[in-house]
Design a protein around this ligand. Structure first.
Ligand SMILES: [Zn+2]
Length: 470
C-alpha cells in the first residue's frame, strides 16, 4: 500500500493499470434520461429488417444530446455489431460531419466519457481527435459481448444466482449511501461538497497523493467528512454475506473505502479492496514499516489532528525543518489516493478469478474506473453479466439491468431465493412487497421498487406491467 509515488494519471483510459487514475474527470455521469420514448425498439425486438438504412440520423444540439436514451444507445450499438462499420457510419453519420455530429455519435454509442464532453467540437483543429475517439468507441463496441438471449428477466437473475458457484460481485459507492456515507458523484456526493475551506480547489484534490505530500494537514482537516461509522451495514451487504455463506461468492471486488463489508461479516479473503480501506493505516516515512489498526486514528481524525508515528515522532520536527518533508512520520489511512499504486492483491487474484467466474454481478457503480471496469470487458462473453444500479450504464452490455435502490434489489432477490438475511431490518422488510417493472424501452432493463414507493415510480409515466408479486 505504502508508496512514494506521486505520479498522477489522468483518465479511466490510463495506460498504467496499477496506478489509481483520477476518476473525477473520467467518471460516467450515468444520467440517462428516464423519460419514456414509447415505441422505441429494444435490442431483442430489433430485427434485421426493422432497421431503415435510408433513414438518416440528423445531428442534434448539445441539449438534445442529453436526451439520448438507453434504447437509442442499445439500438445504435446493436446496429453497428450486426451491420458493420460502413453501414453504421452511412446510417448514423451525415456527409461531411462536423465536430458536433461526431461527438453526438460517440455519445450514442454510450462511450463518451465526461472529460470528452468538454472537447470544443466547434474548433476544427479538434476534428482529428474526435475521429480518433469515435474510432476507439466503434472498436470497443465491436469487441463488446452480445447479450445472452435466454437471460433477460429479474427471475433469470434469481435462477443464475441459484445455480452459480463462483460469483464475482463488483461493488461501488452506491451500496453504502443508505448508511449516509457520501458517494462521490451523485447530487449529494462528496464532489458536490465545498471543500475550499479545507484548502482544496476541487473536491477530488482531497485524494490526490501529490497534494497530500505537499501538505497532509489539508486532508486531515477534511477527513472527518468521510469516516465510516462503526458496525453498520446495508441489506445489500447482508445479501453479499449470504452469497458467501451459501458458498457462491468467489470474490467481492469493492471500490469502496468504507470497510462496511467487514461489519456485515464478509470474510477478508473474499474481498479485494480495490482502492484500499480505512481498516489499516501506515506511516508515510520511507522504510518505516509502522502500520496500525485504522480505527486507532479515527479519534484524531475526528478532532482534525494529524496522527504521528511513534517511531518517527522524535525526528519529525528536524526533518520538517531540514528537508521540508511534510509527510515524515505522518500516519495515513491505507485508502488509495489518485496516483498511488493499487493494492497488489488485486493483481494477484483477478486473472484466476475471471477464469473461475460463472456469474458477474455489478452493483452500485458506474464502472468507469480502471482497472476494475476491465473485469467486465475481460470476462468470457458466455458468462452472464448482471447490473444492479440506480441508473443504466450505457457503455456495457448487461444481460439484465435491475435499476433502483440496491437494498430493494437485495430484498427482492432474497425473497425470491427464500434466503434469510442477517440484518436487523430483515424481519421488518420481508413483509413488504418488492416489484420489478419491465422497462419497455429496452430488453433486459427492469426497475425494482418497494410497493410503498410505487407512487413515486409512477411519476416516470412508464407503462406498468407488474411481473412479480411475491
Ligand atoms: Zn514511522
Amino acid at each position: 500500500m505504502k508508496t512514494t509515488t506521486h505520479q498522477r494519471s489522468g483518465s479511466a483510459h490510463s495506460k498504467n493499470p496499477r496506478k489509481r487514475p483520477n476518476i473525477f474527470d473520467s467518471d460516467s455521469s450515468s444520467d440517462a434520461s428516464s423519460e419514456v420514448d414509447s415505441g422505441t425498439e429494444g435490442e431483442d425486438t430489433t430485427s434485421e429488417e426493422s432497421f431503415d438504412d435510408e433513414e438518416h440520423v440528423n445531428s442534434v444540439s448539445a441539449e438534445d444530446r442529453q436526451k439520448i436514451e438507453i434504447a437509442d444507445v442499445i439500438k445504435a450499438r446493436t446496429y453497428l455489431k450486426r451491420k458493420g462499420v460502413e453501414a453504421f457510419l452511412n446510417k448514423y453519420l451525415v456527409e461531411s460531419p462536423n465536430g458536433k455530429d461526431i461527438i453526438r455519435l460517440i455519445y450514442l454509442l454510450g462511450e463518451l466519457t465526461p472529460s470528452e464532453t468538454h472537447i470544443d467540437y466547434n474548433n476544427i483543429r479538434n476534428l482529428q481527435k474526435l475521429f480518433q475517439i469515435l474510432y476507439d468507441a466503434i472498436r470497443k463496441v465491436l469487441k463488446s459481448r452480445d447479450r445472452i438471449k435466454s437471460i433477460s428477466l429479474p427471475t433469470d437473475i434469481v435462477e443464475q444466482i441459484g445455480k452459480s458457484k463462483n460469483i464475482i460481485v463488483i461493488t461501488g459507492a452506491g451500496i453504502s449511501t443508505p448508511l449516509g456515507i457520501p458517494d462521490f458523484r451523485s447530487n449529494k456526493g462528496l464532489y458536490k461538497f465545498d471543500l475550499k475551506k479545507y484548502g482544496f480547489k476541487r473536491a477530488d484534490e482531497m485524494f490526490n497523493y501529490a497534494i497530500f505530500k505537499e501538505d497532509p494537514a489539508k486532508f486531515f482537516r477534511a477527513a472527518h467528512l468521510i469516516l465510516p461509522e462503526d458496525n453498520r451495514y446495508t441489506i445489500l451487504h447482508a445479501f453479499l454475506k449470504e452469497l458467501e455463506s451459501k458458498g457462491k461468492l468467489l470474490r467481492n471486488y469493492s471500490q469502496n473505502i468504507d470497510g462496511v463489508e467487514d461489519n456485515a461479516g464478509i470474510s477478508p479473503e473474499k474481498i479485494i479492496r480495490c482502492h484500499g480501506s480505512f481498516n489499516t493505516a501506515s506511516c508515510q516515512t520511507p522504510k518505516c514499516t509502522f502500520s496500525t489498526d485504522g480505527k486507532k486514528i479515527f479519534k484524531l481524525m475526528k478532532l482534525q489532528e494529524i496522527p504521528i508515528c511513534p517511531r518517527c515522532a522524535k525526528k519529525r520536527p528536524k526533518m520538517l525543518a531540514k528537508h521540508d518533508f511534510q509527510t515524515y512520520g505522518v500516519i495515513k489511512p491505507d485508502i488509495t489516493f489518485f496516483g498511488e499504486d493499487l493494492p497488489t492483491r488485486y493483481f494477484e487474484t483477478v486473472d484466476d478469478d475471471i477464469e473461475k467466474c460463472d456469474l458477474l454481478i455489478i452493483i452500485g457503480t458506474s464502472l468507469q474506473v480502471s482497472p476494475v471496469n476491465e473485469i467486465a470487458s475481460k470476462m468470457p462473453h458466455h458468462i452472464p453479466q448482471i447490473l444492479i444500479n440506480k441508473d443504466p450504464l450505457l457503455h456495457c452490455d448487461f444481460d439484465v439491468s435491475l435499476l433502483g435502490f440496491s437494498d430493494h434489489a437485495a430484498m427482492y432477490l432474497a425473497k425470491k431465493l427464500k434466503w434469510n438475511l442477517n440484518h436487523e431490518d430483515f424481519e421488518k422488510l420481508r413483509h413488504r412487497k418488492y416489484y420489478t417493472l419491465e422497462d419497455e424501452r429496452a430488453r433486459g432493463v427492469h426497475h425494482v421498487y418497494e410497493r410503498e414507493k410505487m407512487a413515486k415510480r409512477q411519476k416516470l409515466q412508464l407503462k406498468e406491467t407488474i411481473l412479480d408479486d411475491i
